[in-house]
Write a new protein. Structure first.
Length: 133
């Protein structure tokens, strides 16, 4: 069984208060992956429930990793993810008013969505090479 990442994206959505303060930063991440199956009768990876469980696990893993990155960025007060550029795109005047310690004070919310598609490519390749014996 092999899971290959195909593509990913993230949308950074600042939530501004009425007074112009930054209330929170919402991160919406999406990941597409491909599940390749070696020839086996023990796994039913075309089953929708199995794929749903895999997608849920992948989303949870991705959420934990992104959360750790956001936490580290905040702790180090280092914008290595380029968040302020997204804030400027949203509202350059409000972003300009942020203090030097905005990142340490930032509150993040996170939403992750995963979609797994299925292919027999790996299984077909293993069969051709005699790797499923």
């Amino acid at each position: 069984l092999s899971l290959e990442y195909e593509s990913g994206s993230a949308e950074i959505i600042p939530r501004w208060g009425e007074d112009g303060s930054l209330e929170s930063i919402h991160v919406m991440a999406k990941l597409k992956a491909n599940l390749a199956e070696p020839n086996t009768d023990t796994l039913h990876i075309t089953d929708e429930e199995f794929l749903s469980q895999m997608e849920s696990a992948l989303s949870q893993d991705m959420e934990e990793k992104i959360s750790a990155l956001l936490s580290l960025s905040s702790k180090l007060d280092a914008d290595f993810l380029g968040l302020k550029a997204h804030l400027r795109q949203s509202d350059s005047e409000k972003a300009a008013q942020l203090g030097d310690d905005w990142l340490k004070k930032a509150i993040f919310s996170l939403e992750c969505e995963s979609k797994i598609s299925y292919t027999r490519e790996l299984g077909d390749r293993m069969s051709a090479e005699g790797g499923d014996k």
